[in-house]
Design a protein around this ligand. Sequence first.
Ligand SMILES: Cc1cc2nc3c(=O)[nH]c(=O)nc-3n(C[C@H](O)[C@H](O)[C@H](O)COP(=O)(O)OP(=O)(O)OC[C@H]3O[C@@H](n4cnc5c(N)ncnc54)[C@H](O)[C@@H]3O)c2cc1C
Length: 800
Amino acid sequence: MIWLIALLTLSWGLLYFKVSMAKATLIIGLLLSVYLYINGLTSTGKTLWIGFLALFIPLTVPAIRQRLISRWLFMLMKSALPPMSQTEQEALEAGNTWWDAELFSGDPDWKVLQHLPPAHLSDEEQAFIDGPVTTLCSMLNDWDITHNRKDLPKEVWNYIKKHKFCGMIIPKKYGGLEFSDHAHSEIVMKISSRSSTAAVTVMVPNSLGPAKLLLVYGTEQQKNHYLPRLATGAEIPAFALTGPLAGSDAGAIPDTGVVCYEQFAGKEQVLGIRLNWDKRYITLGPVATVLGLAFKLYDPDHLLGDKEYLGITVALIPTNTTGVSIGRRHLPLNSAFQNGPNWGKNVFIPLDWIIGGVAQVGNGWKMLVQCLTTGRAISLPALSVGGAKFACRNTGAYARIRNQFNVPIGEFEGIEEVLARMAGETYILDAARKVTNAALDQGEKPAVISAILKYELTERMRRILNDAMDIQAGSGICLGPKNYLGRLYQVIPVSITVEGANILTRTMMIFGQGAMRCHPFIQQEMAALEENNLKQFDALLFSHIGFFLHNMAASLWLGLTNAFFHTVPGNQNTKRYYQQITRLSSGFALLTDYALLTLGGALKRKERISGRFADALSNLYLCSCVLKYYQDQGNLDDEAPLMHWACQHTLYHAQQALLSLCRNLPLRPIAGLIRTLIFPLGKTIIEPNDLLIRQTARILLSESATRNRLTYGIYTNDNADDATGRIEVAFQAVLAAAPVEAKIRAAQKQKIIAKGNPILLIKEALINNVITEQEVSLLMAADKARLAAIAVDDFSPEEL
Ligand SMILES: Cc1cc2nc3c(=O)[nH]c(=O)nc-3n(C[C@H](O)[C@H](O)[C@H](O)COP(=O)(O)OP(=O)(O)OC[C@H]3O[C@@H](n4cnc5c(N)ncnc54)[C@H](O)[C@@H]3O)c2cc1C
């Protein structure tokens, strides 16, 4: 028994410390030799030696291993390999991997994150934000835009063009602003805290669109012509991919281009493309001067080569080209950004209108997914953080201003819980935004992380705005110029739907792409299968098996010790969270291999399984960002409640996702065994407790550096006639009057004055010398500001 325990412990140690196969064989051989030496050649000894030789010789000698094991597995896996379309292949190859690959490794190398310099703004970028962006925000009246005009005012359009808001990503040599990804994100965030219509209008030309495509793939001639015009708004771009028959499955667009000769611009025989398309939902489409159009290109007369179908292609089409129809407008949930359908009927374009010219024929899909990788990580995440910060600042203040039962509603435990969730989630969102921006500015293009950001930040923003609506109650519901939340709430589904609809992004893209791109072995193994390279496949396969077994050993050790002994960065406050991420990452890696092994190609269709993997991976990523951000901020004590709430919340949800996987993966007894390996002590990670909830909620209820830091970067003002300005004014007035109200309450307790609302008892308090005349004016000012802050709009029947 002792020898058996020694053998098992040794095997576990060899796996945990990733000892090579050759060394492991030697060490186990030595142990068995010692056993033989002490016990002599007993029948157990013989059995152990035979078992050892039978197992280890084939495993250690590659030639035998390939013949006896790998060859069969090679043939099995090759036949089971699911077919992959070209569009899937190109989508998988987009961008690169970064911290996501570390999380897939089961043992993230924290140096990768530690060495990332924090995102920062240059002086020029900061000046732009303090100057033109602030001015633009002050020009925006969301109610006027969304209700009265259903468009931005002319002077706002002109200001956007004049200050090159549409040219943030365009290099200076083409007349653009050439801002960093972080600056781009900060600008969109600030504008979105004032008007989502203006934010979307600015966002789209800087995200996936003609400028981005031209920058990466355009010919020099195209760049020289279009980029300066796009930078100054002389050209308004729109990107046209979606149509009635192709939404999420954008690769299925039925729009066609046929290579042919036609008369064009006074010339008789010009080689070009005859296009027919039907697009809808196109942002900026109704005002666009140039469309970035995606279509399928055919060459039936073989004018360009042998192939008939050349693939998805993207061209720039001036909207005044003969045959182009720019239709009417869609009305996307009462938001007023320009959006609509468009069509083309037998539109002829010369070949050099293709982005990148003939060289880029058929590369359209690759171009789109490559460009989407960075754009998706910037625009909608920035818009989401803008909305989240806006809701925290204003609804938090409202919860302090608004009294019910003679108490600010923010002090009720039920509201506190919701406020804590809003503040904690906003901290997560901002951390993820800033850390990802920092990575993008260092040249990373992490495709899986960009999908995580898009999905998680828009979903969490939706929850924050739902929470804000619940707290604002009637004042959030009654629309009008005073309502600062209703329009934002209405427009949420737009960000959920565009740039990869969220259900699809969660259940198909994040883990589907992650398992292929970030897994340390899968992509290379598939390449070896494709290339019929048995030798390479054998080496990869056995490293992969070692990786799987290592994760089994590591998960058990980290689970039993709760990762207490694992060396990680961090301080007293954060160290345990780093350790928990490592622990869950190990479990995640183990379950990934188990799912791949048991489900194989069928995993592609198991979207509920894939969705849970996405939840685990996303929460681990978000928690890593929170730790990195907290550290970059200087491990500030006053920010600790936010950091704790954010880490506990994300880790808890990562744990729940892994547990849910253990309950739903095939071969139940084995899945149960794996659950025991990963969670030997059960569910050890718990959600934030009541004390932490209170500490976190309180941040939104008083004026502090922490609150200002949490909501930093959005537009604020203290104009008492403005929708949010009146909230800022009332918040300050109510806080200034709070000590006076406390005095009255204390006097009430001592029975110096009667019980009741302090505002109604001012006279009595003054007569009894409980408060001074000066304090009376503070109370009166607070009451006036409070009434203005809680007021809602009403309309005559004619106005409605
Ligand atoms: C306001 C707005 C602006 C837009 N701007 C542009 C633009 O500028 N240019 C442009 O080309 N397009 C634009 N779009 C189109 C947008 O990208 C599409 O709406 C989006 O791709 C979804 O397509 P769909 O609306 O047809 O939904 P569908 O594709 O019909 O999807 C319906 C639902 O099914 C889910 N779903 C689909 N496939 C799967 C799957 N395999 N697994 C799980 N769930 C799945 C989706 O997640 C979604 O929840 C815009 C859309 C809107 C609403």
